[in-house]
Design a protein around this ligand. Structure first.
Ligand SMILES: *Cc1c(COP(=O)(O)O)cnc(C)c1O
Length: 370
């Protein structure tokens, strides 16, 4: 039995540090907006090579508050990937703007910079690339396009903690980078959490205000804000786990290398990493035309898999009002039919990766023979 992700084991590896962090917060008597948050923000900003970090309640709020801070609202358009977790689209909708999908590069599943031009209108304000599965988007052409057309860039880094583009960690390439610390992410809390990083002090200040009721000083409210704070307990738990993030990402990358070698030459389409990018390997996503049958065969062998994601955002009932018909975004739609994620995590051994690869090879042979 190899589960898709053994989250309990992931956190047990940090047990002593997590318990110490909990006791520190318990004994401090201070649970919201305190020392732990301030210190986590400094440590995570430093890790990302960004000047500012602002903790918020979750990754969706990080995206929503970023758009609010940039003044995006009704009548505005935001360019989003056609294949992403739906949170990216939801943030655009929550500020009253319209998501405009752009198709991915079929090899990396990340937004294709060559397709941005066709999505541009006089209403476009922001581009929101998503570093999907942990692999950085090709940022240079995207940032150049944004600069040329006066657009802001909000990167969704929820799956890519620690990933690098041209040797530099994600965190301050675009105007704002958003992060989620949902338990299953590469840097995961024991509950919900999120943050933004940026080099722009004014944007950081605006998000600080928005996350706390639109208030800079207690009981003085300048803008219509939110309650979206990263609490002291989650901040302390994240501080306990951050020092191990690079080592954990290295184990993910060793597993990915193992899979790439062991599964080369099969009927699977394997993930391709752009030469400028170093993936955080949040997910190891392969593609196969008989994806559902493959998932069933692997389940029979005790190998856990998950589909990231089964339905494209534009085909979700929530987005029926946009009226984007099935067939309009064929690259994304095919991805959603073919993708399947194999187990990958910092607590998986290379021997387990070999077992998974052997199981996948056997399953593919029985599919071919059927
Ligand atoms: C997880 C995720 C989010 C949302 O994060 P939450 O903390 O669950 O709100 C946003 N975008 C992407 C790409 C994600 O994977």
């Amino acid at each position: 039995m190899i589960p898709f992700l053994d989250l309990k084991a992931v956190n047990q590896a940090h047990r002593a540090d997590l318990v110490a962090a909990f006791e520190r917060v318990l004994d401090s008597g201070w649970y919201i907006m305190g020392n732990e948050l301030t210190r986590f923000e400094a440590e995570y900003a430093d890790y990302c090579g960004a000047r500012e970090c602002v903790g918020v309640a979750n990754g969706l709020d990080a995206l929503t508050l970023s758009l609010r801070a940039l003044g995006v609202g009704p009548g505005d358009e935001v360019i989003v990937p056609s294949n992403t977790y739906i949170a990216t689209w939801l943030a655009v909708s929550h500020v009253g703007a319209t998501p405009v999908p752009v198709e991915p590069d079929d090899r990396t599943a990340n937004v294709d910079p060559a397709r941005l031009e066709a999505a541009l209108t006089p209403r476009t304000r922001v581009i929101m690339p998503v570093h999907l599965y942990g692999q950085p988007v090709e940022l240079a052409p995207l940032l150049a396009f944004a600069r040329k057309h006066g657009l802001k860039v909000v990167e969704d880094g929820a799956q890519a903690h620690g990933a690098r583009y041209k040797g530099e960690r994600l965190g301050a390439h675009g105007d704002i980078v958003t992060w989620s610390f949902y338990p299953g992410k590469n840097l995961g809390a024991l509950g919900d959490g999120g943050a933004i990083t940026t080099n722009d002090a004014a944007l950081a200040a605006s998000i600080r205000e928005l996350r706390n009721y639109g208030s800079k000083a207690k009981y003085h409210n300048d803008v219509i804000g939110y309650n979206s704070r990263l609490d002291e307990l989650q901040a302390a738990l994240l501080r306990a786990k951050l020092p191990a993030l690079d080592a954990e990402n290295r184990q993910r990358s060793l597993i990915a290398e193992r899979y790439l070698q062991a599964l080369a030459g099969t009927s699977l389409q394997l993930p391709e990493v752009h030469p400028d990018c170093e993936s955080a390997w949040h997910l190891f996503v392969v593609r196969h035309p008989q994806r559902d049958a493959l998932a069933r065969l692997l389940a029979e062998r005790g190998i856990g898999t998950v589909i990231h994601y089964p339905i494209a955002p534009h085909l979700q009932p929530a987005y029926a009002p946009l009226g984007i018909a099935a067939g309009t975004l064929p690259i994304s739609e095919r991805l959603h039919r073919e993708v399947i994620s194999l187990p990958i995590s910092p607590v998986m051994s290379l021997q387990q990766a070999d077992e998974v690869a052997a199981g996948v090879r056997a399953a593919l042979e029985s599919l071919a023979g059927a």
